[in-house]
Design a protein around this ligand. Structure first.
Ligand SMILES: [Fe+2]
Length: 256
């Protein structure tokens, strides 16, 4: 599947590849090496954040003292990666925590850092935050699955005007919004990726999202693995339109 995946990603000619974590299952060196080989097959630039599976689970030395040393060695030593061009500014944040096996958290320092870096760019780009753990959930998921401190974070992100949140972790490709936070005058899109190669699909086939930004329109296309054809093919397309009401509230509504 890796060959067809790399081909599919090259075919859509992305300006940026964002990878929202869990590159490995058990954070083994052999898995990180394989992930590195695969990442080198994909186009760049790439913004990559770690997931909970990229922190060693059973080795307390690594888990608590050097939780992301392998990620740093094989994937990226930059845990707050930035990509910016004239249209988008993308910042990644590490939401993994050694004290929890599965959950994750974002802290006030990270949030402040993201807002400060966005404000320094200050070119009116669409502001995008990439984390492993999600800021919104599909129906039926309890709030425990949200990234820890999400409410605090979202208040700050509303102040600095983040537009899009990208995440992984749940293995379900969904696009939601920030309505659950009920922040007056603020609405952003929350785009979750399915799992692109893991066999733990939660009933969904492997997939990746392609996000096209042509403001005021944002298109989210999902490419899904078709086993019979051994290809990733587009399975869904959602179009969102950015609008602003008279009071300065900007929001993204489904346009089709
Ligand atoms: Fe995860």
């Amino acid at each position: 599947m890796l060959g067809p995946l790399a081909s599919a990603v090259w075919e859509v000619t992305p300006d940026l590849v964002a990878i929202s974590g869990d590159l490995t299952q058990r954070a083994r060196v052999s898995e990180f090496r394989e992930a590195r080989v695969f990442l080198d097959l994909l186009p760049g630039p790439q913004v990559i954040v770690p997931g909970n599976h990229d922190v060693p689970l059973y080795n307390p030395f690594f888990r608590f003292l050097l939780p992301l040393s392998r990620f740093a060695r094989y994937i990226s030593s930059d845990l707050s990666p930035l990509y910016a061009d004239d249209e988008i500014a993308v910042l990644g944040a590490d939401t993994t925590r050694s004290l929890v096996a599965k959950g994750g958290r974002i802290n006030i320092r990270q949030v402040g850092d993201i807002c400060r870096r966005f404000s320094l760019l200050n070119k009116g780009q669409l502001k995008i935050v990439v984390t492993h753990h999600p800021f919104d959930l599909p129906e039926g998921f309890s709030n425990i699955n949200l990234v820890g401190r999400s409410r605090m974070a979202m208040k700050e992100f509303a102040r600095c005007g983040v537009d899009l949140f990208l995440s992984g972790h749940l293995h379900l490709a969904r696009t939601g919004n920030t309505a659950r936070y009920r922040i007056p005058g603020f609405s952003a899109l929350v785009i979750a990726a399915g799992t692109v190669i893991s066999t733990r699909g939660r009933g969904e086939m492997n997939s990746f999202n392609l996000i096209r930004i042509a403001r005021p329109e944002i298109t989210v296309k999902t490419y899904t693995w078709e086993p019979a054809q051994r290809k990733f093919l587009q399975s869904r397309e959602q179009l969102f339109r950015e609008t602003e009401d008279g009071g300065g509230t900007r929001s993204f509504s489904i346009a089709s």
